[in-house]
Design a protein around this ligand. Sequence first.
Ligand code: CP
Ligand code: NVA
Length: 329
Amino acid sequence: MPIHHFLDIDALDRKTLRALIDTAAALKAKGRVPKSLKLPSAPVLAMIFEKPSTRTRVSFEVAMHQLGGQSVVLNGQDMQLGRGETVADTARVLSRYVDVIMLRTGPPQTLTELAAHATVPVINGLTCRSHPCQVMADVMTFEERKGPIKGNTVAWLGDANNVAASWVQAAARFGCKLKIACPKAFAPSPELLAWAAEEGAEIEVGDDPMAAASGADCVITDVWVSMGDADERKRNERLRPFQVTAAVMAAAKPDAIFMHCLPAHRGDEVTAEVIDGPQSAVWDEAENRLHVQKAILAWCLGAKLMAPKPVRARRAARAKPARRRRASR
Ligand code: CP
Ligand code: NVA
């Protein structure tokens, strides 16, 4: 069987991505990991961090624990990697000790090199080019609040950074429309947009935040200065017109939600009124990292993902809730 790496959303087919989201949602609904997803041999996850993290680190560690495995957290600077040992040699050695590796790094080449030389699955925990685990949790959050994302409109305001790039890929795979408003200098790469166009994705890129938010089902943003970005002052100045404010949210649909991968800077990319207001889904979004992480780890480690209940079963469950609950014990 080929190794199940989770490197980017564009590397996976629609069916697998859908199964990952459905499994994450089922795990959340159940409130526990069913036997079918418990990992039999207490596998070990190694996480390498070359950049800081709160959510990714903790959600992966807890996810692994809940699945019946354990994790080792490595700071890139404390490893021989930080003293010049090659990524390839690191991959070969770690593959002899652990069952799956997650990497958070800057250059996407480090991730692809790790995956090329590892004999165990590798997960992208963020590079400066993408953040697929985050956007899987975002899609899950959108769907639990508003139903299937297909055909809906998501507005991205601000820096079209790594998270936005994964959103471009998600728009192509999940069939939603993505309207990006950003200064020209902070737009997605032409290669990524060309790929999205070839995939038939509906992506609009402009520099008018109100036009992007208009009629959107979700407004989303991220920090103006990502980890590793230089020129903080210039970025803050140029991105200020793209702040998500109450006026921006008012341009979206009345039941639109606001999302942000966090950490957030209130008063910069979003006002406190919006992120702490009734349309904000950011805490569910952060929680959903845990459920998505479990689904991704289980898939990487060869478990069969959970299929959503067929429509007929869902109707029956609605008609006879008590009986079905007893029967499923
Ligand atoms: N959203 C996210 O990846 O958060 P951390 O940087 O805290 O992991
Ligand atoms: N774009 C941000 C995301 C942090 C989770 C960064 O790369 O710093």
